[in-house]
Design a protein around this ligand. Structure first.
Ligand code: SF4
Length: 109
């Protein structure tokens, strides 16, 4: 069965670093917002309705700025909708400065 890849930017282009060469241009003036969990739940639910193989690519900016609590809620959502015969792979593009063991475990789920 075909896989579905979702690229999720939970904090948009925000980043705790502001590299001068960054194509995402994480300017300070942008309002900091985190992707709504209800919208995230809708994405995950619908993804598992159409395929058994979901890939989630966490992207930014710096996606770990969403925080551990956000990723824990994400895993709860995955567990709610993923059936035993379904699979999910998480990938992340990160500068690694905010990675904790807990976040690493969730990304490795
Ligand atoms: S760490 Fe990455 S996302 Fe953040 S400012 Fe630098 S290049 Fe951009």
């Amino acid at each position: 069965m075909k896989e579905l890849t979702l690229q999720i930017k939970p904090v948009g282009n925000h980043c705790n670093l502001r590299c001068s060469y960054c194509y995402a241009m994480p300017f300070k003036s942008q309002k900091f917002e985190i992707l709504d969990l209800k919208f995230l739940e809708k994405l995950i639910k619908e993804a598992f309705e159409i395929t058994n193989n979901v890939i989630v690519s966490w992207h930014g900016g710096e996606p770990t700025m969403a925080g551990l609590d956000y990723f824990e809620k994400y895993i709860s959502i995955v567990k709610k909708y993923k059936k035993d015969n379904q699979h999910i792979v998480n990938m992340i593009q990160t500068n690694a400065t905010l990675i904790t063991d807990e976040i690493a475990k969730i990304i490795n789920y």
